[in-house]
Every structure is written in C-alpha cells, then in structure tokens.
Design a protein around this ligand. Sequence first.
Ligand SMILES: [Zn+2]
Length: 458
Amino acid sequence: MLRLYNSLTRSKKIFSPIHKGVVNMYSCGPTVYDHVHIGNLRSFIVDDLLQRVLRNVEKYKVNWVMNITDIDDKMISQIDKDYHDKEPMQALGELADKYTDIFIADIETVGIRRSDITKLPRATDHIDQMQALIKKLLLEKIAYISDGSIYFSLENYQKSGKKYGQLVNVDYDAQARLTDDQDQKEGASDFVLWKAKKAGEPYWEFEWLDSQYPGRPGWHIECSAMSTEYLGQPFDIHTGGVDLKFPHHENEIAQCGGLQANFYIHNEFLQTEGEKMSKSLGNITTLSAMPEPLAFRFAVLQAHYRSQMDFGAQILQSATDRLHTLSSYADQMLFAWKDQLPEKDDSSMTKKFIDQFNLAITDDLNTPAALSAFSHIEGKVYSHETLKALEYVESILGVGLLSAKPLSSEEKALISDYDKSRAHKQYMESDNIREKLKVDHKLQISDTQHGPLVNRIR
Ligand SMILES: [Zn+2]
C-alpha cells in the first residue's frame, strides 16, 4: 500500500489510481535552452523513482508524460544570443532540438530510461490545444484580452465559485511581483495566457471573433493543455519541484477549471553549501563534471525528497563510496559460479531486508530508511534468493548495482585455479593468482564459507 504526501491535502494519503491498474502521471519537464542543472535533475530523479515504485512495487501500468518547454522568455533570449542570423522560428527549432537531445542523454546517465517516459511532448507542437483552451476560457469570461495579449482573470474565476489557492495559501502580492511590468493586466494577480507578438520573436496566429492576435503562449497554459491532451482530466499524479507549486501548478489547476489531478507531489530543493541551487545564483555544478553520474542519483536517494538536500564534493564522494561498497557486495553474488551459493537464505535476513525496504519505500518514498535495510544482508548473506532481492531493489533504485562487467573466461579460469591451489594448500600459488587478479584484472577475491567470492575493484 503506497502512501504519498499530497500537496493538495497537505497530508500523507493512500494512493489509488482513478482507473484500475493504470496510473496517469505528469511531470513538468525542462526548458530546453541550456544544459539541465543538477537541482532540476534531482526533481527528475524523484519523478523516476516514483514511477519505478508505481510499476515495480505496486505493479501498475504507468503512463508518464513529461513536457518539453520549447517556447518562453529563456528560449527567446537564447536564440537572440546564439542564432541571431536565423529566422526566429527556425532558430527556436534548432535550439530545442539540440538541448532536447542533450537532456535525454543527461537523464539516461542518471538512470532515467527514455523508454519509461511514455510521451515527451513539445509545447510548440500543441499550440492548437493551448488556443482551444484559451478560447474556452474566453467564452467563459474567465479570460480577457488587453493590448493584444490574453490574461486569466482571477477575480472572474473566483466569482464563478472556484477556489484559487489549493496548493498554497496564496501570497497575492508575491504573484503580482512575479509578472512582467509591461503586462497590461486588469488585476495585479492575473496571469498571461497568450503574449502579444513582439518584433523579431517567433509567433503564431490566433484568431478570435474575426480578429487576429498573433503571439505566443504563456508558460502555464502549456502544461494544462498537454496534460489534458494525453492524460485526461483529472489524472492521477502531477509532480514537480517545490518552486513550481506556486504560481505554476496553482495556475495550471485554475486553467483546468479547478480540478486537474488528484495528487500533487513536490520535491524540495538541492542546495550547494547552504544556498538554493538555481541558475540565477550562478552556483551550477554540472553533470559532466561528475565521473559517475549514478553516484549523483545515489546521493539524491540518500535524502528524502521532501527534505532540502545539501550537495557538494564531500557528499558526492561519500555517496560514491557507499555505492561502490554495495556494488562490490552485489558482484560477489553475481560472479559466483553455479552451485556455489545456496538457493535459499535460511537466516531469513533477506526477507527482513525486503520487508523493511518495501515498508520504507511505500511510506512516501522514504529512501533513506529503504537504503538502511541493506544492513541486514550486506557482506553477511549470500544466496540466490538474496541476489533476486537485489535485482528487485535495483529495479526501483536504478543505481546500477548489478551492472558490473561480466567475468571473462580468462578471469573465470584464474579464479578456478585459485580455488584449486587453496584446496591443495598451495598458498604461494594462490597468493600469486590473487595478486594477478588484483593488478591485471582489478578483481578482489575474498575467502568465505562459500569459497572464494569475487568483486570488481572500483
Ligand atoms: Zn508544468
């Protein structure tokens, strides 16, 4: 039974999907104008963890949709900088192509499989759906036109009996400050649905009541339109970083008429040396600077997703060390020869391990407690049952625990020779083989009650 902290109710709730056996989940994706920074990667890793738990623990089919924002202020200022010699629409496409490919490559290195994301829709491929939604809001008089732009009227929305502020207690002043000074809004907290065309910017035609309003969509409308297009309304789970709660998700809900999704899951920030990790602060650590991206994923899992995560070189190093230790333990079972290990774990520690892991991971994705379950088995218990348990746990963690390069036939022969020489008490010979395995093959051999067990040296 999976319990998740739902930002809508501000409490942990038992999760059950709207349609039996299927979970429809939407995650706010990247703006593809630059490399994704590791603060955002934390958010995507948490999304991935959640969809893995839904699939592999709860056994649901998961439709996971993540949008690609390929039109907004950041995209436009980037094409002004890097593609000023190109026609704006073409420049936008090229920039989006480039950084979408880089994004997919980056998330794959931290264990997020592209194949697990059911749809990765681009905003600019869904202008029709956004315009249809805006027209619906215009008809309902919840949207209005001012100076060529179209805005969402909070006053009219609330007058229609709908609640704004489902995820947060709204700070209207803060929202008013967030918007552009040039906006021609009627209410300070109104937000833009469609921005009037500016010279030199990419734009789309928009016809309403025989008038033309060329321009581009606001950011919030894309997620309302695309989540509805692919997952219906309401759908099961909406995820994102805690900074998206307000105004982005609050506005998405309002644009959807007050009911968009049943669960909103928000993950906390990643901080470096106590500072919020964001581009505006300039303290970006890039994924390319990390020798083992999966160790970053492991570091992310060592923190609970609703806690702020401190990140720095030392934290990455300790996560790397821990992951290496666990991987070495996994190697020892993975590399054991046929019949070397017992089928069952008679100590019942493997069962304890799985039980504690499941209990923790289904309690609002409590990864720190789930990871501590390894203490029941690590370095102590070796069996086929235990190896199967590791395979299961790896299907949820996705940290590459069982991805060591298989033993070559030469390595296998050396290990076999080692075992024979030990059996014949030829210790000089066995020591020589041990040394050769270590130096030439980066393999460590350990003598155990099950005979020699081997792991790759990391
Ligand atoms: Zn969104």
